[in-house]
Design a protein around this ligand. Sequence first.
Ligand code: HEC
Ligand code: HEC
Length: 333
Amino acid sequence: MINFHKDHKSLVNTSLTVFAGLSVLVAVIPAYQMQETQPLPAMQPMTEAQTRGLDLYISEGCVACHTQQVRNIEMDKVWGGRPSVPSDYYYSKKRMDVWRQSPSLLGSERTGPDLTNVGKRQAGQEWHLLHLYNPRIVVKESVMPAYPWLFSEKSEKQLSEKDVVVPVPAAFLKPGAKKIVASREALALVEYLVSLKQADIGGEPANGFIPSVKKPAAEGSGTAGLPDGAALYSNTCAACHQADGKGLPGAFPPLAGSAIVNDADPGQLIRIILQGYDARPEYGVMAPFADVLGDEEIAAIATHERSSWGNQAPAVTAEEVKKIREYILTLKP
Ligand code: HEC
Ligand code: HEC
């Protein structure tokens, strides 16, 4: 019988063996198994620009406030359609060198939202550029730091064809400031952010969120039976068109007083939400929402927009949206 009180060699050797054994069990074997992970069929390899964006994401320390992991718990449901799996990180897990692990994108701090699916929530390049230049331009109460060093100032004359000018409102510029131009790094970072979309694994995930008790749908506050249009607007549209519906000059048009929103016939409004919109050079591009929002949700949002900020137009029904969605589908080849 070893006496640990007297035999210090045995004490050291035994604890060393237990330590080494546990390390193999909880670190080495799982790491080894991870190397056999395959990408999901729906995943695309990262482009060169996206990879540079990822490097910048790491070097700028975005991971200090943002996670990229949807945990298998109820409260993480808002960040993705399913819990994250090892395959999700297949393309972003490259090792830095023999001695250093791949930088952890999982993160452990959510001062800002989880970014696993941010490409689906915020698809617009303009929005991301404005947000990186100064988050307060698009989200008034944001505590996220600004990253002005990812942009340069140029005068009208210095501008070249290729320059991407960011429509920063005058209130956020120093007096006499020139045009704000996105750097190659800023564009790569945005390309990376827009590419962050959870790959579809088809059907209900085997390991669904726990506890997966289905709560009865919340009572609609809008028109009979429709979901809450104000909440949907705030989650899907307000980032660009702003909570007060006034938009941002030079980037996103106002919905308050908009002829399209107030039209007695909601047809064009519904088409814009379904198909996206890029009609005028002075504004950016709006991405389509056909794959993101259901008929009832679109009806609720449209109804909310038509009855807020002084707008006064009749409500929109899910049937109207359904008809236009079906019509649009017949146009597709
Ligand atoms: C000090 C903490 C902090 C840091 C560092 C930070 N963020 Fe944020 N981020 C936030 C907060 C808070 C929000 C929510 C408010 C907002 O949208 O601005 C946010 C929001 C975002 C959003 C919008 C998410 C959504 O769901 O709409 C994106 C994209 C984003 N950050 C990207 C970045 C990138 C890229 C970096 C690094 C260059 C970064 N953040 C660094 C705190 C941070
Ligand atoms: C990423 C930013 C962005 C988001 C998010 C967004 N939009 Fe837009 N929206 C735009 C831009 C940019 C335009 C102008 C496009 C143009 O005219 O070239 C626009 C135009 C519109 C117009 C036309 C208004 C007019 O009078 O010209 C309507 C209506 C509209 N959006 C509704 C919505 C609704 C509803 C949502 C939420 C489901 C939404 N948008 C989400 C960027 C956005």
